[in-house]
Structure formats: structure tokens, C-alpha cells
Design a protein around this ligand. Structure first.
Ligand code: CA2
Length: 145
């Protein structure tokens, strides 16, 4: 079983700015925790980050060929803008969880709409790094069923 974790734009800056919103851990530190959680369950995790919408679309398209069973995605700002990434996820029909470190619903009005939530198996937001770990646990359960 393989779980693909996709991190959208600016998440490569985690741990360097705005820790009061996004936490103090860097993305590699978060990835280490999530991949370890999946590994204990016998699941291979692959984590990617991109600031480019087309790269994320390409990654989702190639996930089918790579046999990815489940996707955990933090689309970051593309959550609120990207029909292209939504269409890619709908096209490949790989089940996915949408995650956010912060709770977009408690922030600016433009963050209240997501292009992904209605297609997702579930949405986890507002728990910092634990949003990633909760999603890993949910993915493990989903794949066991
Ligand atoms: O809370 C989340 O995980 C978000 O997806 C993060 C996005 C934001 O646009 C979404 O509304 C909610 C922004 C990611 C920016 O990441 C940074 C990391 C460190 C410093 C500055 C930005």
C-alpha cells in the first residue's frame, strides 16, 4: 500500500515564519513523523511539496501509474483557487483527505471556500502537525477496510 502526501505552495517555509499560525516544525520534520506513522502500519509513504500548480496536477496524474492507493493533501493556498487540482483528483479517483495546519474557517473569509472538501473522504483542519498524523491514522483505517 502506498500513501502520497502532497504539500502545496509555501509549505516549504514551515518552521521559519508565522509559527503562531502554522507551528514551529519544518516540513521535513512533519514528513518524518507522518512517514514513520505510516511505516508502523506497513504502508509506504511518499511526501512531495510544490509551489507550482501544474506540478501538483502532474503528480496527481502520475499517482495512478505509480499505484498510489490514497492521497493526503494540504493544497495550501490552492485550496481556495484551484479548479485544475480539483479536476485532477476527480479524474484519478484516488480517495483523499484534505488537511490544513490552521483552521481556515476561523480566518479570513476567502479561506472559507475549498475546491476539495466535497470530493474528499474527509477534512482535518486546525490541529497543526496533528492534522497530518490524524490523516495518516484515517488513511490507515480506510486502507484496512
Ligand atoms: O492551514 C493550512 O494548512 C493552510 O493550507 C496553509 C495555507 C493557507 O493558504 C490555507 O488557507 C491554510 C498557507 C501555507 C503557507 O505556509 C507558510 C508556512 C510558513 C510561513 C509562511 C507560510
Amino acid at each position: 500500500m502506498t500513501v502520497l502526501i502532497i504539500n502545496g505552495p509555501n509549505l516549504n517555509m514551515l518552521g521559519t515564519r508565522e509559527p503562531e499560525i502554522y507551528g514551529a516544525l519544518t516540513l521535513p520534520q512533519i514528513e518524518e513523523k507522518v512517514l514513520a506513522r505510516l511505516k508502523v502500519a506497513g504502508i509506504e509513504g511518499v511526501s512531495v511539496q510544490s509551489n507550482a500548480e501544474h506540478e501538483i496536477v502532474d503528480t496527481i496524474q502520475s499517482a495512478v501509474l505509480k499505484g498510489v492507493d490514497f492521497i493526503i493533501i494540504n493544497p495550501a493556498a490552492f485550496t481556495h483557487t484551484s479548479v485544475a487540482i480539483r479536476d485532477a483528483l476527480a479524474a484519478v479517483a484516488i480517495p483523499f483527505i484534505e488537511i490544513h495546519l490552521s483552521n481556515p474557517h476561523s480566518r479570513e473569509a476567502f479561506r472559507k471556500h475549498s475546491y476539495f472538501s466535497d470530493l474528499a473522504v474527509g477534512v482535518i483542519a486546525g490541529f497543526g502537525v496533528d492534522s497530518y498524523l490524524m490523516a495518516a491514522d484515517a488513511a490507515i483505517k480506510h486502507l484496512a477496510n
